[in-house]
Design a protein. Structure first.
Length: 131
């Protein structure tokens, strides 16, 4: 293992979720790689999303909770440029081996990244109102 890989794995911490024999390779990658990265990057992901809200000139605090969730979904699923920026914040913490696994199944894993980002931001939506 290279110095970079060792550093990244130590910085990210342990995996999340249970890994059983019937766990799919995507779910394994999600729990072993994606969730620890997103936990590590949480504050930055929220700050980037807050900046997106500001640049969108939307009065986010005044939206209903349902409309806030719709805004979050649309921002991450439909704004490809923004989605790519968020994805880059995650991929930057891959080891070379993880990147190679990601590259072989990028479509399914990109969907998982997007869904995890949406879930993470929605679960902390109250923090976006305070900024």
């Amino acid at each position: 293992m290279t110095i970079r890989e060792t550093f990244i794995k130590e910085l990210r911490g342990d995996a999340f979720g249970k890994v059983a024999a019937e766990t799919s390779s995507e779910e394994f990658f999600q729990n072993e790689t994606l969730r620890p990265i997103m936990k590590l990057q949480n504050d930055l992901l929220l700050a980037v999303f807050q900046n997106y809200i500001t640049k969108s000139k939307v009065n986010f605090a005044q939206l209903s909770i349902e409309n806030k969730f719709i805004f979050i979904d649309n921002a991450i699923k439909k704004d490809i440029k923004f989605q790519s920026a968020l994805k880059g914040l995650v991929i930057g913490f891959f080891t070379l081996e993880e990147y190679n696994r990601y590259a072989t199944n990028s479509s399914a894993l990109t969907k998982r990244i997007s869904n995890l980002l949406i879930e993470r931001i929605k679960s902390q939506v109250q923090l976006l109102d305070k900024s």
